[in-house]
Design a protein around this ligand. Structure first.
Ligand SMILES: Cc1ncc(COP(=O)(O)O)c(C=O)c1O
Length: 357
């Protein structure tokens, strides 16, 4: 229950499309931004999902998962002396990527006591004249939280007031169980200053295929493409053809996954409620719980304890920031019978621990 990936197999039509591409000998270098049909399909899908028009010739870059896009975005936007605002807790690679640019990282808080809500006052207090960009990740890893339109519009106001770029990581956008996914780019005058990052990894069970995309304005895509070119030239062509097929998956496909994952979430929530010494916020999206625990040890020792006592692996909260050492991340993307077995074992193991509030 530690990895951040769905359990389901890449759907058959997608796998078939990849085989066909290989058999056709579709194996040469292609356009640096990605094959044209794929960029067109991404533009269509973005219009459908977000209501936004992106020019497939100028405003889309196909990337190696969302990761190569994220890396290039940090490189293009940030220099030594700049500051960037990341959420805390955070997906660990953001921090590494930001630090590699020489920029300074500041954190805004996703407050556990307020169900991981964020506040404009907190964000405002962390902005200086050196702040260049703010990163949003919704649905969130590791909290499982989503964001309301009201919060997004408060952040949009700050971005306009302080002339900030917004990097919007939307890789879990298909995994929302309560409420809806909104992109900040769809708010007034925000498309120009937002960079949307997405990938096939989570949505289509394609973590190992390494294929994703970035949506941004023409100027930025030009700069991103230069760095991306030096880094990887372009993503795997077989994966590009597979993504082209993936983007044809219909609503029923996502509805079924969402329904199944919601069942798993509700099961884990029920199991956690029966355990003493753990407190959690019900995740509305992604596939993670990020509970707080009240046992007399740090998160790494708690993980080691659970491996030893229960044979279950979770992720220590400290991986997502120093202040989260009394939290643990639980992935609920495994099949229900495995979750049942795991939670039974975790319950037994934590039952032996002393709770200290
Ligand atoms: C929030 C978030 N962003 C980005 C990524 C990178 O994923 P990929 O490069 O496979 O798209 C992950 C992977 O776990 C993630 O959790």
């Amino acid at each position: 229950m530690n990895f951040g990936e769905p359990d389901f197999k890449t759907p058959k039509p997608i796998r078939e499309a990849a085989k066909i591409a290989i058999d056709e000998g579709f194996i040469k270098y292609v356009d640096l931004k990605g094959i044209k049909e794929l960029r067109k399909a991404i533009a269509d899908r973005s219009k459908e999902d977000l209501g936004l028009d992106y020019d497939f010739e100028k405003e889309i870059l196909v990337s190696v998962g969302s990761s190569s896009a994220l890396f290039c975005v940090f490189q293009v936007l940030l220099r030594e002396g700049d500051e960037v605002l990341l959420p805390s807790p955070y997906y660990p690679s953001y921090y590494t990527m930001a630090v590699l640019t020489g920029a300074e990282v500041k954190f805004y808080t996703q407050n556990f006591e307020r169900k991981f809500d964020i506040s404009k006052e907190d964000i405002r207090s962390k902005i200086s004249e050196r702040t260049k960009a703010l990163l949003l990740c919704y649905p969130n890893n590791p909290t499982g939280n989503i964001i309301s339109k009201e919060r997004l519009s408060e952040i949009a106001n700050l971005a306009r007031e302080f002339d900030l770029w917004v990097i919007s990581d939307e890789v879990y956008s298909k995994f929302v169980y309560d409420g809806e996914h909104y992109s900040i780019a769809s708010l007034k005058e925000m498309k120009e200053r937002t960079i949307i990052i997405n990938s096939a990894s989570k949505s289509y069970g394609m973590t190992g295929w390494r294929i994703g995309w970035v949506l941004a304005n023409e100027e930025l895509i030009k700069e991103l493409t230069k760095i991306h070119h030096s880094m990887v030239i372009h993503p795997d062509v077989i994966a590009q053809r597979a993504l082209l097929e993936a983007l044809k998956m219909n609503k029923v496909f996502f509805d079924e996954i969402r329904e199944e994952y919601k069942r798993r979430r509700d099961f884990v929530a029920g199991a956690l409620r029966e355990m003493e010494g753990l407190e959690f916020v019900l995740p509305k999206g992604a596939f993670y719980f990020f509970p707080k625990f009240y046992y007399q040890m740090g998160s790494k020792d708690f993980v080691k304890y659970l491996i030893r006592e229960a044979g279950v692996i979770l992720v220590p909260g400290i991986s997502f920031g120093d202040e989260w050492d009394n939290h643990i991340r639980i992935t609920f993307s495994s099949p229900l019978d495995r979750l049942e077995e795991a939670m039974k074992r975790v319950k037994k193991a934590v039952g032996k621990l002393r709770v200290k509030k």
